[in-house]
Design a protein around this ligand. Structure first.
Ligand SMILES: [Ca+2]
Ligand SMILES: [Ca+2]
Ligand SMILES: [Ca+2]
Ligand SMILES: [Ca+2]
Length: 465
């Protein structure tokens, strides 16, 4: 059962997939969405220019526009870029200035993603949309959500690239002061479509929001809150846009940038290039080979690491946010540090450090998920505290247990090898310590095969080894 209101809420923001062909069977859902939008009030943020007026474009949000017989009536005006194959369509003559502004942001976004990050440009569409080859952008009042959607692929290339187009509502919730960020974000999706439109679902927003933040030199708003609220979810979890989790997972790419790539964001381009695969994943996600994880494995090899190997270390970095922000982990952006400081990790348990069992069941971690357990000294805390882990046998997974913060100047935490029995757990100067328990596979990992299984475990605290 679909929940159109939830989907019509701001979480569809810039969703490349909200209207992707994969969901084209959702006719009734779209009808519901149309109804819910008709009931919503229309925000007029630009009435002072007298160009927006109190109207909505005659087509409902999500209606296909490319190739329609009445295309020229629905978008009679257009403005063409002088330097790029880009054509911006608009509905009313008086919207020229807005269209010009959108075009300027499209050009900036194109330059940023292609020339600065090194991503591929949007592929030409052979006239499948609009009058010619150019990449089409629709200035669509009342559409609310902004998106890139795709058409056919280029059969002359072996990989599953797609021809894209953009819809943007400059008067909607993602327009106004956010218009530039929104358009630049969508241009990230346009470039992604040139490599692999059916990569693992979370990669699109993870990657686009990573690029957004580098572009803005700023931690953006609250995406991290939802990400930090669900450390038990797989790092590459697709929550179907129910929260900002996929957007917030851009924190992982910030970690990669700073930990392995000298603070430079261009590794993103290599990741996408090495993620290309032949068509097929649209209908069968397991045909997404290679995927982003394979790409990262190749890129991290020279650093002696791999995608899966980075997960426990990232779980440590992820703790150095919220109240634990320091200057040794992320190379902080110029602005928005308050957003990283507001992103507090959800704890699976917060208990006194005394002998006993802490069982993690309900929110037990998925594969590549993590539980954070904070223990604090109290009346029952023994002189020496030992920790061990118990979990049902499962051949496919192993637990990695770490403790933060680091207890010496050069440490940001330590690995507790519990395979040979309990280990001593020392508390930090504030008389607390956080255990980080991460689930990893014992064999190869494929994000397209991972399920939502959870792996319960118990941490045993004891006063003897
Ligand atoms: Ca075109
Ligand atoms: Ca192709
Ligand atoms: Ca795969
Ligand atoms: Ca791929």
């Amino acid at each position: 059962m679909f929940t159109p209101l939830r989907f019509a809420a701001p979480l569809v923001r810039r969703s490349r997939s909200s209207l992707s062909p994969r969901l084209s069977g959702l006719g009734p859902w779209l009808a519901c969405l149309g109804l819910s939008l008709a009931a919503a009030s229309c925000t007029l943020i630009d009435a002072s220019r007298g160009e927006s007026g109190d109207y909505k474009h005659p087509l409902k949000e999500g209606t296909p526009i490319c190739g329609r017989a009445d295309f020229n009536e629905l978008f009679p005006y257009s403005i063409r870029s002088e330097k790029l194959p880009v054509l911006v369509h608009y509905y009313k003559e008086a919207e020229l200035e807005t269209a010009r502004q959108v075009l300027a942001f499209v050009e900036k976004g194109w330059d940023y993603h292609v020339n600065q990050l090194g991503m591929r440009p949007a592929i030409t569409d052979n006239g499948e949309c609009g009058p010619d080859d150019a990449f089409d952008v629709f200035v669509w009042k009342g559409h609310r959500s902004c998106l890139v959607n795709v058409l056919s692929g280029d059969s002359s290339t072996a990989w599953d690239d797609r021809r894209g187009y953009m819809v943007v509502d400059p008067w909607g919730p993602y327009g106004g002061p956010e218009l530039e960020e929104t358009v630049v974000h969508e241009m990230a999706h346009a470039s992604q479509a040139a490599d692999d439109w059916y990569e693992a679902p979370h990669t699109f927003e993870m990657s686009a929001v990573f690029a957004d933040q580098v572009y803005a030199n700023r931690y953006i708003k609250t995406y991290f809150d939802d990400f930090q609220a669900h450390p038990d979810w797989a790092l590459d979890w697709d929550d179907k846009y129910k929260t900002w989790y996929m957007y917030g997972s851009s924190m992982y790419l910030l970690y990669l940038k700073d930990r392995f790539f000298g603070g430079q964001p261009q590794f993103l381009s290599r990741m996408w290039l090495a993620s290309r695969n032949p068509p097929g994943a649209e209908k069968d996600q397991t045909l997404n080979e290679p995927d982003f994880a394979d790409a990262l494995d190749g890129m991290l090899k020279e650093h002696g690491s791999s995608y899966v190997d980075t997960v426990p270390e990232f779980a440590r970095w992820r703790w150095y946010t919220g109240d634990h922000v320091d200057d040794r982990h992320f190379r902080h952006f110029q602005n928005g540090l308050e957003n990283l400081k507001a992103a507090r990790l959800a704890l699976a348990a917060q208990v006194e450090a005394r002998p006993g069992t802490i069982s993690i069941h309900k929110n037990a971690p998925m594969m590549l998920g993590t539980s954070y357990l904070e223990v604090k000294a109290g009346a029952g805390t023994p002189q020496t505290l030992y920790v061990s882990l118990q979990a049902p046998h499962h051949a496919g997974r192993r637990f990695i247990v770490q403790a933060v913060p680091g207890l010496t100047a050069d440490s940001d935490g330590e690995l507790l090898d519990l395979s040979s029995g309990p280990k001593q757990l020392r508390l930090a100067t504030d008389q607390s310590r956080t255990l980080i328990v991460t689930v990893l596979p014992t064999g190869p990992y494929d994000p397209d095969l991972r399920n939502k299984d959870r792996y319960p475990f118990s941490i045993i605290l004891s006063d003897k080894p």
